[in-house]
Write a protein that binds this ligand. Structure first.
Ligand SMILES: [Zn+2]
Length: 398
């Protein structure tokens, strides 16, 4: 007979003022109070000397050569003896309830990241709590479970853990009787400004392309076209998994220098865009902003990409203006709307980074396609009613 045949622990979360038991999966945001009850019940009279309740955050990564696990958060406390039955004796088939409250912190404990870094900004980014990632049993929007496009090599999990102990008096040790865990979904706030200068890893992006434009028939050079992309403002994910559309604007600046006397100003034939999510992972640590590495055969080594459905734009015509250098300039603001999917905000931990890029492909007759890629920051709005906290407060909810 195992201990689970004799002893059971049930963990239930509560939320909101009405204290109704939660019926669906809920996204816990920064500053949210996670309130719940652990119910202990034994089939026989049983002595239990300690109950520890913890709010745990951990991450796992797998690479070809191995795997690693790291706990980045463990906020825990012991239930005070005064809440225990006399003599710590839990009576047969009686239910004992212990309430708990945790707050989703804004910052991890400073010892959560203690490896070398190339910049203090890396460490600051690693000390922000990451969102739940890659666990299909909790990933989703509101009460719905939906894919979060994490690669199978990465998992970030949060759970409430209840551990029951019994004292072993002779050797002054505690024996773990039973450990029960309940997973939950955490979606911490992410700042509007990227924590790291994503442009550091410029190798993975391309903000400018220049091509010669040729005459379609004679193949004579008509001019030189340069397209520059200004990275878009950060995309803001609304609070509480709202299904509102999330948009921002990308600005393109086109410059054209005509080679001949008669400027025949170029126009766009087609314009397509695509959002790409890149997840970097390692089993050691990221001491810098990660950048893409490939193996001998050109396959991704330290990252995984998800390409979201492409979208296209119809641009009526470019409005060219003469500039002071005897050339022409046109600017093109392009609205970009994120797909209505479970997009996890950009984040960085010691082992995992999730970043986004926007790929744009412009076709101009007579020139090779202009292919541009810009980093895109997706942040998660902070609930203004939740005060930022540096250390999560724990204790009884009396
Ligand atoms: Zn770190």
């Amino acid at each position: 007979m195992s201990i689970t045949d004799v002893l059971s622990v049930d963990i239930a979360l509560r939320r909101g003022q009405d204290r109704t038991n939660e019926l669906y999966l809920y996204s816990h945001l920064s500053g949210d109070r996670i309130q719940g009850v652990a119910t202990v019940c034994s089939h026989y009279d049983l002595q239990i000397d300690g109950i520890e309740i913890s709010f745990i955050g951990e991450e796992r990564t797998t690479v070809q050569t191995g795997r690693t696990h790291r706990q980045f958060q463990e906020i825990k406390y012991l239930i005070a003896d005064s809440y225990f039955p006399p003599g710590n004796l839990f009576k047969e088939r009686e239910q004992y309830q212990f309430e708990f409250t945790f707050e989703v912190p804004d910052h991890l404990s400073p010892d959560a990241c203690n490896h070398t870094t190339t910049s203090p900004m890396i460490r600051l980014a690693h000390l922000r709590p990451p969102p739940s990632f890659g666990d299909p049993s909790v990933s989703g929007l509101g009460g719905k479970l939906t894919d979060d496009y994490a690669p199978p090599t990465c998992k970030i999990l949060y759970s409430i853990q209840v551990a029951l102990f019994r004292n072993i008096p002779v050797i002054v040790k505690r024996d773990v009787l039973l450990v029960k865990r309940m997973k939950l979904r955490v979606k911490p706030a992410v700042d509007e400004k990227p924590p790291l200068d994503l442009l550091n890893s410029m190798n993975d992006y391309c903000l400018q392309a220049d091509h010669v434009v040729l005459d379609g028939r004679s193949k004579e050079e008509l001019g030189q076209l340069s397209v520059t992309l200004q990275p878009p403002k950060s995309f803001r994910l609304p609070l509480r998994d709202s299904h509102n559309l999330v948009s921002s604007t990308v600005n393109l600046v086109l410059r054209y220098h005509s080679t001949g006397d008669q400027p025949d100003l170029p126009q766009l034939q087609s314009f397509r865009g695509q959002l790409i999510a890149t997840t970097f992972y390692t089993t050691t640590f990221h001491d810098d902003v990660p950048s893409k590495k490939k193996d001998f055969f050109g396959r991704p080594k330290n990252y995984s990409e998800t390409q979201f459905p492409p979208f296209s734009y119809s641009i009526a015509s470019l409005e060219w203006m003469a500039d002071e250098n005897h050339g022409y300039v046109a600017s093109l603001p392009v609205p970009v709307t994120l797909p209505r999917l479970n997009l996890i905000p950009s984040f960085h931990t010691c082992l995992v980074s999730r970043v986004y890029a926007l790929d744009l492909r412009l076709v101009v007759p007579g020139a090779p396609p202009f292919h541009l890629t810009t980093p895109v920051h997706i942040y998660a709005e902070r609930d203004p009613s939740a005060l930022p906290s540096y250390i999560a407060s724990v204790g009884f909810d009396s």
